[in-house]
Design a protein around this ligand. Structure first.
Ligand SMILES: Nc1ncnc2c1ncn2[C@@H]1O[C@H](COP(=O)(O)OP(=O)(O)OP(=O)(O)O)[C@@H](O)[C@H]1O
Ligand SMILES: [Mg+2]
Length: 262
């Protein structure tokens, strides 16, 4: 990437919007987050907010720290500095399963389904410690959203197509009935028809009341479904604003919507 975006205050442009209102108590608030791995500082001073029922996207070139951010929010990595609050409570010291239990689930980059287990077993894993009656009900809900999985419940997950595996990954995350769903590159490697399906799914999940934090290399589509967007460079947020405004921002157009990235 040749162009560098000038650093900005992430909140300076994130004010005065219609819905959803970022000034309201957010569902997720990441404040001045820093993550170090050995001597490497991977994330520095990252602050972002996800409102209730909002879709927020984090954009950035390969290696800027998007997945690290998602993994730190979901408790897989530990924050070195800063705070992460979910529904008003600090979560940065909690283990991943506790974070899931609070209503924050992740569909990770690279899907990470269990290939040797059946579709059903993978889905059930996502339900955590839910009682069996509730588990049955949520399984029905999820299968209603993914008919393709309903037809393949006994099939080994590893034998699913790429698109089906992605549906399974998202379906597994939805089994915990999250209030916030983290999606890390859900459309990566999928054919255009399936990419459209994934983005339609994102809107439908949001329509049922779940907030979404989305990382996507398909910047154009991400800015279409998102309310707000943050742009990362070298582990920092360098630009933030309403998705519709960033879509027309010359710097975003030059770096992410034109030239080499697309
Ligand atoms: N566990 C780890 N140990 C050491 N370095 C790591 C670890 N995880 C990530 N990194 C480094 O942190 C940086 C950011 O990686 P990350 O995977 O978060 O980027 P990304 O924005 O998700 O990239 P991509 O678009 O390719 O998925 C990279 O330089 C990576 O090598
Ligand atoms: Mg990544």
């Amino acid at each position: 990437m040749s162009t560098t975006l000038a650093p900005v205050d992430p909140y300076s442009q994130a004010q005065g919007f219609a819905t959803p209102d970022l000034s309201m108590a957010p569902l997720l608030a990441v404040e001045a987050l820093g993550v170090r791995m050995g001597i490497q500082q991977i994330l520095s001073d990252v602050s972002l907010r996800v409102p209730e029922r909002g879709v927020i996207t984090v954009l950035g070139a390969n290696g800027v720290g998007k997945t690290t951010l998602m993994r730190t929010i979901s408790g897989v990595y530990r924050a070195s500095t800063g705070r992460i609050a979910f529904a008003g409570e600090p979560i940065e010291r909690l283990r991943p399963h506790r974070i899931v239990a609070r209503g924050l689930a992740q569909a990770p980059e690279g899907r990470q389904i269990f290939s040797n287990m059946s579709v059903r077993e993978n889905l059930i894993l996502g339900a955590g410690r839910a009682k069996s009656a509730e588990r049955r009900q949520v399984l029905e809900e999820v299968l209603g959203r993914f008919p393709v999985l309903a037809e393949r419940m006994v099939q080994q997950a590893g034998s699913l197509s790429g698109g089906e595996q992605q549906m399974l990954c998202i379906g597994r995350a939805l089994m915990s009935r999250p209030r916030l769903l983290l999606l890390d590159e859900p459309s990566l490697g999928l054919a255009p028809r399936l990419v459209r399906q994934i983005f339609a799914l994102i809107l439908s999940i949001r329509g049922s009341g779940t907030s979404i934090l989305l990382v996507e290399q398909n910047v154009r589509a991400a800015l279409e479904v998102a309310d707000h967007a943050y742009v990362m460079e070298s582990g920092r947020i360098v630009l933030a604003g309403k998705a519709a405004e960033l879509r027309d921002d010359r710097r975003v157009k030059d770096v992410y919507l034109g030239g080499s990235i697309h």
